[in-house]
Design a protein around this ligand. Structure first.
Ligand SMILES: Nc1ncnc2c1ncn2[C@@H]1O[C@H](COP(=O)(O)OP(=O)(O)OP(=O)(O)O)[C@@H](O)[C@H]1O
Ligand SMILES: [Mg+2]
Length: 276
């Protein structure tokens, strides 16, 4: 039987979802900088596969395949939303409306209502920022190492809290909120911070910027659930915890899906399965 494969060729990572011989959905991931590896993996493991592709780099990936037939393409946002809804259904949790934030290389924010979705906002602060700014500040480029180090870090001297500014004054808002990400370094002259602290600071900035935008979007559209996806969240408890606590503080419900980064690939696979 032909293997059906869904591919999401993203700015940083290429994600693959496919059905194995036991009809289970399985996953693979490659760097988008090495499409040749993707091609070789498909050729050696699933030479006659039927492929459907999505993601911003879909066209760049396609040129590596000399297939006589055109490889079907599904629009990234449609694939991602379908992948999200599929996972929600599996988890028996299907909110009528939700804000969905895809924290990929950059971050894209969507509203899903009555099975329709629309992109409403976004920010360049995302997973690429974690890798890029993290590298610029510490020289560390490996995602796993960034995870390990940032987990051990403290943001106490990196950021300024509202309570740091309002010391003996009556607080106008919660004192534990961040008043300034990285502001502490200049205010307290705490340069030469450890790599762990700097990376924890980067995670804090990303989580708080993304969560803030999502909370505003949820308020504007009067929805409670905010679904956070994207490979940036994978094995990244610190970022999840930052996003979780800020979202809960603002009385919204954060939802993390098990397959953080694979929604687009799942959507492409479902599209592919539908066509047969
Ligand atoms: N092994 C890894 N190598 C590189 N980045 C990783 C790895 N594991 C997790 N990441 C994080 O995942 C981010 C990419 O997330 P994701 O795969 O969702 O984005 P993308 O689809 O490639 O980008 P976009 O959707 O913006 O085009 C990286 O920027 C990085 O922060
Ligand atoms: Mg993506």
């Amino acid at each position: 039987m032909t293997t059906k494969i869904g591919i999401d060729a993203g700015g940083t990572l290429t994600k693959i979802a496919y059905w194995n011989e036991n009809n289970e959905m399985v996953f693979e991931r490659f760097l988008s900088s090495d499409f040749l590896k993707v091609k070789k993996w498909i050729e050696s493991n699933h030479p006659n596969a039927s492929i459907c592709v999505t993601g911003g780099r879909a066209e760049q990936l396609k040129v590596h395949f000399s297939s006589s037939e055109e490889i079907p393409y599904i629009v990234e946002f449609d694939a991602t939303m379908n992948g999200v809804m599929y996972q929600l259904k599996l988890g028996a949790f299907e909110p009528k409306a939700a804000v969905i934030a895809n924290i990929g290389t950059g971050t894209s924010i969507h509203i899903m209502q009555a099975n329709k979705h629309q992109r409403i906002s976004g920010t360049g602060i995302g997973g690429g920022t974690l890798l890029g700014l993290g590298m610029a500040l510490t020289g560390i480029s490996d995602f796993e190492e960034i995870m390990k180090q940032s987990k051990m870090g403290s943001r106490a001297e990196i950021d300024v809290l509202v309570s740091d500014i309002y010391k003996n004054n009556k607080l106008p808002i919660k004192g534990t909120l961040t008043a300034s990400n990285f502001g502490g370094i200049s205010i307290n002259h705490t340069e030469n911070k450890s790599n762990s602290d700097l990376l924890a600071g980067v995670q804090g900035m990303i989580g708080e910027v993304v969560a803030s935008l999502c909370i505003q979007a949820a308020d504007a559209h009067e929805v409670e659930d905010i679904i956070y996806i994207g490979t940036t969240l994978e094995d990244n408890e610190l970022l999840q915890q930052i996003i979780q606590s800020y979202t809960v503080l603002k009385l919204k419900k954060p939802v993390f899906l098990e397959k953080h980064g694979y929604s687009g690939a799942i959507g492409a696979l479902l599209e592919n399965t539908k066509n047969f």
